[in-house]
Design a protein around this ligand. Structure first.
Ligand SMILES: *Cc1c(COP(=O)(O)O)cnc(C)c1O
Length: 249
């Protein structure tokens, strides 16, 4: 490692430790087992070479929003044992790429995508963990199913045997008003409770993927089992979020 790399490595390691400690602190404050919360580092816009340092610092799972970027990085880093999670919207015609390298897909919100992804996974002889994305904020810029559509949607999912349904994912409203953010997370917990009663057997809704750099502690308070954290680990992103969530900016 040269000096710049060493600096980057130390920074990632430090940030990672800080986030993990805050997860532990939050859990202890509310009486949850810290082991019940998984930290998924989100690596979008972070170059592959920096991700080698992140891997060395302990990130062995990486979340990417865009399939093309995820695919390029998974190829550039295929000598490392990284588990890739795709956490952004997927177009049907890109399902074949995801089926080749991803361990997890957290943004399922259409049966067309479910069918195509299942078919491609069958071809590859693979199965992956899948989360159903819900639009808990009602904002038009967000992907995901409207809450009231989730019940009927999941009834169709047993048809796709290569999709191991594990839970729900959401992006809360972007707001500095904690109450409004919290409402999104509470809504998710309610949907989860409903699905645990009513979902077809074979599907599991134990996982709740919610909370990012700005709101992961709130999300943990409301039941998150996966938090997706990028900027608090890797620093501020150069691209605005509207690049990832069209219609936002
Ligand atoms: C970028 C992104 C995150 C992480 O956001 P940060 O602000 O970097 O923590 C989480 N979830 C999704 C779907 C994302 O695209």
């Amino acid at each position: 490692m040269d000096t710049t790399q060493e600096q980057q490595f130390n920074e990632i390691k430090h940030n990672l430790a800080t986030v993990k400690q805050r997860i532990v602190d939050t859990c202890q404050r509310i009486g949850r087992d810290p082991a019940s919360v998984r930290l998924l580092p989100v690596t979008k816009t972070v170059p592959a070479e920096k991700l080698r340092l992140a891997y060395a610092a302990g990130c062995h799972e990486m979340g990417e929003n865009k399939i093309q970027e995820a695919r390029e990085k998974s190829e550039a880093l295929n000598d490392l044992d990284i588990k890739w999670a795709v956490i952004g919207h997927l177009q049907t015609n890109k399902a074949k790429y995801l089926a080749r390298f991803a361990n997890e897909f957290q943004a399922l919100d259409s049966l067309k995508v479910a069918a195509e992804l299942d078919k491609r996974l069958q071809n590859e002889g693979r199965a992956i963990d899948v989360y159903v994305q819900v639009n808990s904020s009602g904002e038009e810029s967000k992907f995901g199913l409207p809450p009231e559509a989730v019940r009927d949607f999941v009834k169709e999912l047993p048809n796709y045997s290569s999709l191991r349904i594990k839970g729900l994912m959401t992006l809360a409203i972007f707001s500095s008003d904690h109450d409004r953010v919290r409402e999104c997370f509470i809504k998710m917990r309610e949907i989860q409770a409903m699905l645990r009663q009513e979902a077809p057997s074979g599907l599991s809704f134990d996982e709740l993927s919610m909370g990012m750099s700005g709101d992961y502690e709130l999300a943990i308070e409301e039941g998150a089992t996966v938090v997706r954290v990028g900027q608090a680990i890797f620093g501020k992103r150069p691209l605005p979020d509207s690049h990832y969530w069209p219609g936002l900016g």
